[in-house]
Design a protein around this ligand. Structure first.
Ligand SMILES: Cc1cc2nc3c(=O)[nH]c(=O)nc-3n(C[C@H](O)[C@H](O)[C@H](O)COP(=O)(O)OP(=O)(O)OC[C@H]3O[C@@H](n4cnc5c(N)ncnc54)[C@H](O)[C@@H]3O)c2cc1C
Length: 468
């Protein structure tokens, strides 16, 4: 049977594209080589990491955060096996949810490795080596990304002692010392998990700041908060070797600007230096699909590759490697294929670091505005001046809003706080509608809420906050 659409890969890009296309009346198949749907995000990424972040945060809260609220509890005991079972159950219910959506929307699922034979033809090879061919009007490549190693360093990731994020969410005991190579989102999130559960955690990062690319105020203050929690940092440091020893592993590094080599021993080393697009085995060369100079599939403004009838979305194409970016591209492409006008606003894609406190941002950073020569205003409001934050003993952090100096249109929002990842969306919605900081500052916010700090920062952008 010929399909309207065959999607290769069932991560948030692929499965959402498939569901939306089926909702719009297209006949859809999805090819997935994993035994479960949901891709990196649901199986080994966003979802399991957030299950562990939540559980470890509760553990840490029970140990350190209750006494000042007048709740005296005995020191909590860790049952790591049960915590991991909670994570696995969370993954299971989410991946089953995707199977349910496929059934509900009459999407055919094929388990196996998908390869593009030519435009209009995809072969699927199952684990038994048997292949079948699917015919389709359109092909969507949504094969995601894979771990990138450390540039120039040969690292043997065994997922036990030297681990990627995949092993980092499945350790069977809390390491005494964990070295995290790479101070980006994944390293800081998983480093936080194991630090809360009792590990000493040392982050080694090539750049002079953690969370490279985030607003400078945010990364500086956030680093101080993590250091206060006990995380150690070696910034501006280049890792030159990661080797297994009899008892664990040792990491050799030196200052980027030059200096003596140093070594640190750890029982677990987490390599979290980023991810790279995954295109192996797809038959792209034979099909004539072009890649860009960073190995990503090249696409036009409508997600079409250089070959008619072949499209690509998600981590395998340019843009931030985020699940919601992949999802929104999936929806936009399904709409385009159904004859509608799908579109993603890349200026308004929020990003969240799910640590404690959380870090959330949307739009431009102050550094980006400076570099682009845009005249801007800044409004900042600390949670120390927010009543709800005081009531919850959650006064760490601030809201920062950046608006155009002339028009007052909001260009960026940055929040460090408990619940920042939920609060960021009011700034995102405002930006989607081209709103100004005065619009935000004059919007009535319920009292007492953490979100009042967003309103106050907006007030600070076009005039003055009330409570400061
Ligand atoms: C530890 C971790 C935590 C993360 N946390 C977050 C987070 O909190 N928020 C967020 O937004 N993002 C997060 N991410 C990133 C997020 O997971 C990715 O951006 C997202 O999964 C990309 O979706 P995708 O659909 O492009 O690809 P993927 O989710 O990578 O899915 C691609 C799928 O394609 C399949 N595939 C590949 N090749 C073939 C083939 N030839 N045939 C058949 N199937 C194939 C793969 O098996 C995979 O299932 C995290 C990532 C990691 C690793």
């Amino acid at each position: 049977m010929a399909y309207d659409l065959v999607v290769i890969g069932s991560g948030p890009g692929g499965y959402v594209c498939a569901v939306k296309a089926a909702q719009l009346g297209l006949k859809v198949a999805v090819v997935e080589k994993r035994s479960t749907y949901g891709g990196t995000c649901l199986n080994i990424g966003c979802i399991p990491s957030k299950a562990l972040l939540h559980a470890s945060e509760m553990f840490s809260h029970a140990a350190h955060g209750m006494g000042d609220l007048g709740i005296e509890v005995p020191a909590p005991k860790l049952n790591l096996e049960k915590m991991m079972a909670h994570k696995d159950a969370t993954v299971k219910s989410n991946v089953e949810g995707v199977s349910f959506l496929f059934k509900k929307n009459k999407i055919d699922g094929f388990q196996g490795t998908g390869k593009i034979v030519s435009a209009g033809k995809v072969s699927v090879t199952g684990e038994d080596g048997k292949a079948q061919e699917l015919e389709t009007k359109n092909i969507v490549i949504a094969t995601g990304s894979d771990i990138a190693g450390i540039p120039g360093v040969n690292v043997d990731i065994d997922e036990k002692v030297i681990v990627s994020s995949t092993g980092g969410i499945a350790l069977d005991k809390v390491p005494e010392h964990m070295i995290v190579v790479g101070g980006g989102v994944i390293g800081l999130e998983l480093g936080s998990v194991w630090m809360r559960l009792g590990a000493k955690v040392t982050v080694i990062e090539y750049l002079d700041t953690i969370l490279g690319g985030m607003d400078g105020d945010v990364s500086k203050q956030f680093q101080r908060m993590l250091a206060k929690q006990g995380m150690a940092f070696n910034l501006g440091a280049k890792v030159t070797a990661v080797e297994k020893t009899g008892t664990g592993a040792k990491v050799t590094f030196e200052a980027v600007k030059g200096g003596e080599a140093q070594t640190l021993d750890a029982d677990v080393v987490l390599v979290s230096t980023g991810r790279k697009p995954f295109t192996a085995g797809l038959g792209l060369e034979e099909a004539g699909v072009a890649l860009d100079n960073r190995g990503r599939i090249e696409i036009d403004g409508h997600y079409k590759t250089n070959v008619d009838g072949i499209y690509a979305i998600g981590d395998v194409v340019k843009g931030p490697m985020l699940a919601h970016k992949a999802e929104d591209e999936g929806v936009a492409l399904a709409e385009i294929l159904a004859g509608q006008h799908g579109h993603v606003n890349y200026d308004v894609i929020p990003s969240v670091v799910y640590t404690q406190p959380e870090v959330a941002s949307v739009g431009k950073t102050e550094e980006e505005l400076k570099a682009a020569g845009v005249a801007y205003k800044v409004g900042k409001f600390p949670f120390t001046a927010n009543g709800r934050a005081r009531a919850m003993l959650a006064t760490e952090g601030f809201v920062k809003i950046l608006a155009d100096k002339e028009t007052d249109r909001v260009l960026g929002g940055h929040i460090v706080a408990l619940g920042a990842g939920e609060m960021i969306h009011e700034i995102a919605v405002l930006m989607e509608f081209g709103g100004s900081s005065e619009d935000l500052g004059r919007t009535c916010h319920a009292h007492p809420t953490m979100s009042e700090a967003v309103k106050e920062a907006a007030l600070g952008t076009f005039f003055k906050p009330i409570h400061m």
